[in-house]
Design a protein around this ligand. Structure first.
Ligand code: DND
Length: 271
């Protein structure tokens, strides 16, 4: 750590739809193995690489991240991307967090190898790399030799990448969503509190498409706009989902998900 830095904080960005033990173990091992002081999890409001309609409501994902991390005093969750309109670019997050923490704090991005291999598609990735070291945590099924290739392609900036092997947990959020949709157990893949939250709000269930995609009236996510129009403040595409009606909504995995009730009949929904 340079002498000017008194703290090193790992920043783990993600869609976290939902957060699971693969994320938590990777963050914990990177933190303890590399001597980081803390890890801050940053749920994306609108992940730049995913169509907005393919991700669950940001507030649900944010709350699940808080529930998953409450037991670890060195883990925190930042709402920094939730307050920003438009796609949640990592460079904007690092800029904002750097400004908030100040010059004595070094930020290091913790990223799974799969996500990191796409970094050249990220907004201002050269400036991001120039200002921030990146810890590439291993992921089952991802070939680490691809990182060597990427490092070479990045030239001088390649030195900013650091491979860090973590315990291989072949857990993925897409598999968790599939399991819930198919009525299979996700116990021990996510913390119990996250499991309880998913069950309580009917997230990812095939018969609860609207709740999975957007509706979180309990959290105040929906607001009335323009008469009959109902929008989610975190994503304009979600507006079109409401306009289309629940019968036409579908998740990223491509399954059409029938809904039992029209949008206006959802209990507790505010308009
Ligand atoms: P994901 O949707 O892949 O996150 O997004 C990762 C980050 O990349 C987010 O912060 C995005 O905003 C950022 N990004 C992507 C594209 C463009 C730009 C930024 C841009 O600025 O232009 P997931 O929720 O799927 O996973 C979170 C992290 O955890 C990822 O790095 C993923 O690779 C990793 N991960 C695992 N690591 C080890 N073992 C497992 C893992 N499952 C997920 N089982």
């Amino acid at each position: 750590m340079p002498a000017s830095h008194s703290l090193t904080i790992g920043v783990m960005g993600g869609t976290f739809d939902p957060i699971h033990y693969g994320h938590l173990v990777a963050a914990e091992e990177a933190m303890t193995g590399l001597g980081l002081d803390e890890v801050v999890f940053v749920p994306s409001a609108q992940p730049p690489h995913k169509p907005p309609g393919d991700v669950s409501c940001a507030q649900h994902r944010y709350v699940m991240a808080i529930l998953a991390t409450t037991g670890n005093r060195r883990f925190t969750v930042s709402p920094v991307e939730l307050g920003r309109p438009g796609p949640s670019y990592t460079i904007d997050t690092i800029d904002e967090l750097s400004g908030a923490y100040g010059p004595h704090v070094e930020l290091r991005l913790i990223t799974g190898l799969d996500a990191l291999l796409e970094i050249r598609t990220w907004r201002e990735y050269r400036r991001l790399l120039a200002g921030c070291r990146i810890i590439a945590v291993t992921r089952p099924g991802k070939d680490v030799s691809a990182l060597t290739e990427l490092t070479l392609q990045l030239g001088d900036l390649g030195g900013q990448l650091e491979l860090f092997p973590v315990t291989a947990l072949a857990i993925s959020a897409s598999d968790i969503r599939r399991r819930v949709r198919q009525g299979q157990s996700i116990r021990y893949l996510v913390p119990d509190a996250v499991l309880a939250y998913i069950e309580k709000h009917g997230l990812y269930r095939a018969d609860n498409a609207v709740a999975s995609l957007c509706a979180c009236p309990q959290l105040g996510c929906l607001e009335a706009a323009g008469g009959e129009k109902v929008i989610c403040r975190y994503g304009p595409v979600k507006e079109s989902l409401h306009q289309q009606g629940p019968a036409t909504t579908a998740r990223a995995e491509g399954e059409a998900v029938p809904s039992k009730r029209p949008v206006e009949d959802e209990p507790g929904r505010t308009r």
